[in-house]
Design a binder for this molecule. Structure first.
Ligand code: AMP
Ligand code: MN
Ligand code: MN
Ligand code: MN
Length: 280
Protein backbone atom coordinates (compact mmCIF):
# COMPACT_ATOMS: atom_id res chain seq x y z
CA UNK A 1 0.00 0.00 0.00
CA UNK A 2 1.27 3.41 -0.78
CA UNK A 3 1.38 5.98 1.91
CA UNK A 4 2.05 9.64 1.45
CA UNK A 5 2.69 10.54 5.08
CA UNK A 6 5.58 9.07 7.07
CA UNK A 7 6.16 10.67 10.45
CA UNK A 8 9.09 8.67 11.85
CA UNK A 9 12.51 8.27 10.21
CA UNK A 10 16.23 8.41 10.99
CA UNK A 11 19.32 9.77 9.30
CA UNK A 12 23.05 9.56 9.94
CA UNK A 13 22.60 12.50 12.32
CA UNK A 14 21.62 9.74 14.80
CA UNK A 15 21.62 6.00 14.00
CA UNK A 16 20.27 5.92 10.45
CA UNK A 17 22.60 5.02 7.62
CA UNK A 18 21.55 7.63 5.03
CA UNK A 19 22.49 11.30 5.27
CA UNK A 20 19.50 13.64 5.76
CA UNK A 21 19.77 14.58 2.10
CA UNK A 22 19.88 10.96 0.90
CA UNK A 23 16.94 10.08 3.16
CA UNK A 24 14.78 12.88 1.77
CA UNK A 25 15.68 11.94 -1.81
CA UNK A 26 14.81 8.28 -1.17
CA UNK A 27 11.52 9.20 0.49
CA UNK A 28 10.50 11.47 -2.39
CA UNK A 29 11.38 8.69 -4.84
CA UNK A 30 9.21 6.26 -2.86
CA UNK A 31 6.24 8.62 -3.23
CA UNK A 32 6.24 10.14 0.27
CA UNK A 33 4.74 13.64 0.22
CA UNK A 34 5.18 14.49 3.92
CA UNK A 35 8.15 13.10 5.84
CA UNK A 36 9.18 13.74 9.43
CA UNK A 37 12.86 13.37 10.24
CA UNK A 38 12.88 12.16 13.86
CA UNK A 39 16.47 11.45 14.83
CA UNK A 40 17.20 10.21 18.34
CA UNK A 41 17.89 13.04 20.80
CA UNK A 42 19.19 15.51 18.21
CA UNK A 43 17.93 18.19 15.83
CA UNK A 44 21.19 18.38 13.92
CA UNK A 45 19.95 16.77 10.70
CA UNK A 46 16.92 19.01 10.22
CA UNK A 47 18.51 21.95 8.42
CA UNK A 48 20.07 19.73 5.77
CA UNK A 49 16.85 17.75 5.41
CA UNK A 50 14.77 20.93 4.95
CA UNK A 51 17.10 22.12 2.23
CA UNK A 52 16.92 18.79 0.41
CA UNK A 53 13.11 18.71 0.78
CA UNK A 54 12.84 22.15 -0.84
CA UNK A 55 14.93 20.90 -3.75
CA UNK A 56 12.73 17.85 -4.41
CA UNK A 57 9.42 19.58 -3.56
CA UNK A 58 8.60 17.43 -0.55
CA UNK A 59 7.19 18.55 2.80
CA UNK A 60 9.59 17.93 5.69
CA UNK A 61 8.28 18.00 9.24
CA UNK A 62 10.82 18.97 11.90
CA UNK A 63 10.85 16.09 14.34
CA UNK A 64 12.85 14.33 17.03
CA UNK A 65 12.63 10.99 18.88
CA UNK A 66 13.31 11.54 22.56
CA UNK A 67 14.57 8.84 24.94
CA UNK A 68 12.50 8.69 28.14
CA UNK A 69 12.69 6.56 31.28
CA UNK A 70 9.24 5.54 32.48
CA UNK A 71 8.75 2.96 35.23
CA UNK A 72 12.33 1.68 34.83
CA UNK A 73 11.89 1.19 31.10
CA UNK A 74 12.99 3.14 28.07
CA UNK A 75 10.12 4.63 26.11
CA UNK A 76 10.45 6.75 22.97
CA UNK A 77 8.46 9.92 22.39
CA UNK A 78 8.40 11.52 18.97
CA UNK A 79 8.05 15.31 18.83
CA UNK A 80 6.55 16.65 15.60
CA UNK A 81 6.56 20.21 14.25
CA UNK A 82 9.08 21.30 16.84
CA UNK A 83 10.98 24.56 16.51
CA UNK A 84 14.64 23.53 16.21
CA UNK A 85 15.70 26.89 17.63
CA UNK A 86 13.87 26.36 20.93
CA UNK A 87 16.36 26.56 23.78
CA UNK A 88 14.48 24.43 26.27
CA UNK A 89 14.28 21.55 23.80
CA UNK A 90 17.92 22.01 22.74
CA UNK A 91 19.11 21.98 26.34
CA UNK A 92 17.06 18.92 27.22
CA UNK A 93 18.41 16.98 24.24
CA UNK A 94 21.96 18.02 25.10
CA UNK A 95 21.51 16.42 28.52
CA UNK A 96 20.44 13.16 26.86
CA UNK A 97 23.46 13.24 24.56
CA UNK A 98 25.71 13.80 27.58
CA UNK A 99 24.25 10.67 29.14
CA UNK A 100 24.90 8.85 25.85
CA UNK A 101 28.60 9.81 26.06
CA UNK A 102 28.92 8.43 29.56
CA UNK A 103 26.92 5.32 28.66
CA UNK A 104 29.12 4.64 25.62
CA UNK A 105 32.24 4.60 27.81
CA UNK A 106 30.48 2.31 30.23
CA UNK A 107 29.31 -0.06 27.47
CA UNK A 108 32.89 -0.22 26.13
CA UNK A 109 34.27 -0.87 29.62
CA UNK A 110 31.84 -3.73 30.15
CA UNK A 111 32.57 -5.25 26.74
CA UNK A 112 36.30 -5.01 27.45
CA UNK A 113 35.77 -7.08 30.59
CA UNK A 114 34.45 -9.78 28.25
CA UNK A 115 37.55 -9.52 26.09
CA UNK A 116 36.19 -7.18 23.41
CA UNK A 117 38.82 -4.51 22.81
CA UNK A 118 38.41 -1.14 21.11
CA UNK A 119 34.62 -0.97 21.20
CA UNK A 120 34.43 2.75 21.96
CA UNK A 121 36.71 3.69 19.07
CA UNK A 122 35.01 1.13 16.82
CA UNK A 123 31.49 2.34 17.61
CA UNK A 124 32.55 6.00 17.38
CA UNK A 125 33.75 5.41 13.83
CA UNK A 126 30.14 4.58 12.89
CA UNK A 127 28.70 7.58 14.75
CA UNK A 128 28.52 10.27 12.08
CA UNK A 129 26.30 12.71 13.96
CA UNK A 130 26.64 14.39 17.34
CA UNK A 131 25.70 11.34 19.41
CA UNK A 132 26.55 7.71 19.93
CA UNK A 133 23.95 4.95 20.08
CA UNK A 134 23.76 1.22 20.72
CA UNK A 135 23.26 0.83 16.96
CA UNK A 136 26.83 2.07 16.45
CA UNK A 137 28.14 -0.53 18.93
CA UNK A 138 26.07 -3.15 17.15
CA UNK A 139 27.58 -2.26 13.76
CA UNK A 140 31.08 -2.52 15.25
CA UNK A 141 30.33 -5.91 16.85
CA UNK A 142 28.92 -7.29 13.59
CA UNK A 143 31.96 -5.93 11.72
CA UNK A 144 34.21 -7.81 14.16
CA UNK A 145 32.08 -10.96 13.71
CA UNK A 146 30.92 -11.18 17.33
CA UNK A 147 27.45 -11.74 15.88
CA UNK A 148 25.95 -12.46 12.47
CA UNK A 149 23.23 -9.83 12.39
CA UNK A 150 22.11 -6.65 14.11
CA UNK A 151 19.30 -8.63 15.67
CA UNK A 152 21.69 -11.21 17.13
CA UNK A 153 24.10 -8.61 18.39
CA UNK A 154 21.39 -6.84 20.37
CA UNK A 155 20.10 -10.13 21.73
CA UNK A 156 23.51 -11.37 22.87
CA UNK A 157 25.30 -8.18 23.93
CA UNK A 158 23.21 -5.05 24.27
CA UNK A 159 20.02 -5.83 26.15
CA UNK A 160 19.29 -6.34 29.84
CA UNK A 161 21.33 -9.13 31.48
CA UNK A 162 23.83 -9.15 28.60
CA UNK A 163 27.50 -8.06 28.85
CA UNK A 164 27.22 -4.67 27.16
CA UNK A 165 23.99 -3.55 28.79
CA UNK A 166 23.80 -0.27 30.69
CA UNK A 167 20.44 0.80 32.11
CA UNK A 168 18.94 3.91 30.54
CA UNK A 169 18.80 7.03 32.68
CA UNK A 170 16.93 9.35 30.34
CA UNK A 171 14.48 12.15 30.99
CA UNK A 172 11.02 11.79 32.52
CA UNK A 173 7.85 11.56 30.46
CA UNK A 174 6.61 14.81 31.93
CA UNK A 175 9.79 16.73 31.11
CA UNK A 176 9.90 15.32 27.62
CA UNK A 177 6.32 16.42 26.89
CA UNK A 178 7.08 19.85 28.33
CA UNK A 179 10.10 20.30 26.02
CA UNK A 180 8.09 19.31 22.94
CA UNK A 181 5.28 21.66 23.88
CA UNK A 182 7.67 24.49 24.70
CA UNK A 183 9.06 24.05 21.18
CA UNK A 184 5.52 24.37 19.75
CA UNK A 185 5.33 20.70 18.80
CA UNK A 186 3.07 17.71 19.35
CA UNK A 187 4.24 14.74 21.42
CA UNK A 188 3.59 11.23 20.09
CA UNK A 189 4.24 7.86 21.77
CA UNK A 190 6.49 5.96 19.36
CA UNK A 191 5.90 2.26 18.47
CA UNK A 192 3.73 1.58 21.57
CA UNK A 193 3.43 -2.15 20.84
CA UNK A 194 7.20 -2.62 21.19
CA UNK A 195 7.61 -2.02 24.92
CA UNK A 196 6.55 -5.44 26.17
CA UNK A 197 4.13 -3.80 28.54
CA UNK A 198 1.04 -5.61 29.73
CA UNK A 199 -2.16 -4.18 28.35
CA UNK A 200 -2.93 -2.43 31.64
CA UNK A 201 0.57 -0.94 31.96
CA UNK A 202 0.45 0.30 28.38
CA UNK A 203 -2.93 1.92 29.00
CA UNK A 204 -1.49 3.53 32.11
CA UNK A 205 1.38 4.98 30.06
CA UNK A 206 -1.01 6.29 27.41
CA UNK A 207 -3.38 7.84 29.95
CA UNK A 208 -0.55 9.49 31.89
CA UNK A 209 0.85 10.77 28.62
CA UNK A 210 -2.51 12.25 27.63
CA UNK A 211 -2.88 13.90 31.06
CA UNK A 212 0.52 15.53 30.63
CA UNK A 213 -0.51 17.03 27.32
CA UNK A 214 0.67 14.33 24.93
CA UNK A 215 -1.17 14.53 21.60
CA UNK A 216 -0.94 11.21 19.81
CA UNK A 217 0.42 7.68 19.56
CA UNK A 218 1.76 5.74 16.62
CA UNK A 219 -0.97 3.38 15.52
CA UNK A 220 0.77 2.45 12.29
CA UNK A 221 4.48 1.77 12.69
CA UNK A 222 7.01 -0.14 10.62
CA UNK A 223 7.31 -2.44 13.64
CA UNK A 224 3.58 -3.06 14.21
CA UNK A 225 1.80 -6.14 12.93
CA UNK A 226 -1.70 -5.95 11.43
CA UNK A 227 -3.22 -7.08 14.71
CA UNK A 228 -1.18 -4.58 16.69
CA UNK A 229 -2.40 -1.78 14.42
CA UNK A 230 -6.01 -2.56 15.27
CA UNK A 231 -5.30 -2.96 18.98
CA UNK A 232 -3.40 0.35 19.03
CA UNK A 233 -6.23 2.07 17.15
CA UNK A 234 -8.62 1.04 19.91
CA UNK A 235 -6.20 2.24 22.59
CA UNK A 236 -5.86 5.61 20.83
CA UNK A 237 -9.63 6.03 20.81
CA UNK A 238 -9.96 4.91 24.45
CA UNK A 239 -7.21 7.29 25.61
CA UNK A 240 -8.33 10.30 23.52
CA UNK A 241 -5.10 10.31 21.54
CA UNK A 242 -4.71 11.18 17.87
CA UNK A 243 -3.15 8.56 15.62
CA UNK A 244 0.22 8.84 13.90
CA UNK A 245 1.93 6.71 11.26
CA UNK A 246 5.65 6.26 10.72
CA UNK A 247 8.00 3.68 9.27
CA UNK A 248 10.89 4.16 11.74
CA UNK A 249 13.12 3.80 8.69
CA UNK A 250 16.86 3.55 9.52
CA UNK A 251 18.26 2.78 6.06
CA UNK A 252 18.24 0.25 3.23
CA UNK A 253 20.09 -2.48 5.16
CA UNK A 254 16.86 -3.36 6.96
CA UNK A 255 14.74 -4.61 4.04
CA UNK A 256 11.51 -5.19 5.96
CA UNK A 257 11.01 -1.49 6.72
CA UNK A 258 10.41 0.59 3.60
CA UNK A 259 9.69 4.24 2.95
CA UNK A 260 6.29 5.00 1.43
CA UNK A 261 4.85 1.54 2.12
CA UNK A 262 2.83 1.88 5.30
CA UNK A 263 -0.68 0.46 5.66
CA UNK A 264 -3.44 3.07 6.10
CA UNK A 265 -4.70 4.13 9.54
CA UNK A 266 -7.84 2.24 10.60
CA UNK A 267 -11.06 4.18 10.05
CA UNK A 268 -11.80 4.80 13.72
CA UNK A 269 -8.62 6.90 14.07
CA UNK A 270 -8.22 10.66 13.89
CA UNK A 271 -4.91 11.26 12.12
CA UNK A 272 -2.55 13.66 13.86
CA UNK A 273 -2.37 15.51 10.54
CA UNK A 274 -6.16 16.09 10.38
CA UNK A 275 -5.67 19.85 10.84
CA UNK A 276 -2.27 20.23 9.13
CA UNK A 277 -1.79 21.92 5.80
CA UNK A 278 -0.53 18.81 4.01
CA UNK A 279 1.34 18.82 0.73
CA UNK A 280 -1.09 18.08 -2.12
P1 AMP B 1 19.89 3.58 21.95
O1 AMP B 1 18.88 4.67 21.78
O2 AMP B 1 21.29 4.05 21.77
O3 AMP B 1 19.70 2.79 23.21
O4 AMP B 1 19.67 2.57 20.76
C1 AMP B 1 18.39 2.13 20.43
C2 AMP B 1 18.33 1.84 18.93
O5 AMP B 1 18.87 0.56 18.68
C3 AMP B 1 16.92 1.78 18.41
O6 AMP B 1 16.49 3.06 18.02
C4 AMP B 1 17.05 0.89 17.21
O7 AMP B 1 17.46 1.64 16.08
C5 AMP B 1 18.18 -0.03 17.59
N1 AMP B 1 17.72 -1.34 18.06
C6 AMP B 1 17.18 -1.65 19.25
N2 AMP B 1 16.91 -2.97 19.33
C7 AMP B 1 17.30 -3.51 18.16
C8 AMP B 1 17.30 -4.82 17.59
N3 AMP B 1 16.84 -5.87 18.30
N4 AMP B 1 17.79 -4.98 16.35
C9 AMP B 1 18.26 -3.93 15.65
N5 AMP B 1 18.28 -2.68 16.11
C10 AMP B 1 17.80 -2.46 17.34
MN1 MN C 1 17.27 3.86 16.17
MN1 MN D 1 12.33 4.15 18.87
MN1 MN E 1 12.92 5.54 15.71
Amino acid sequence: MNCYVDLHSHSSASDGSLSPQQLVTQAARAGVKTLALTDHDTLSGLAQAQLAAQQVGMQLVNGVEISVSWNKRTVHIVGLNVDPANEMLQKGLQGLRDFREWRAQEIARRLQKKGIEGALEGASAYATGDLISRTHFARFLVEKAYAKSMRDVFRHYLVVNKPGHVAGDWTTLEECVSWVKAAGGQAVVAHPARYRLTRSKLLRLLREFHEMGGAAMEVVSGSHSRDEIFTMARHAADCSLLASAGSDYHGPENPWVKLGKLPPLPENCTPIWHDWALAA
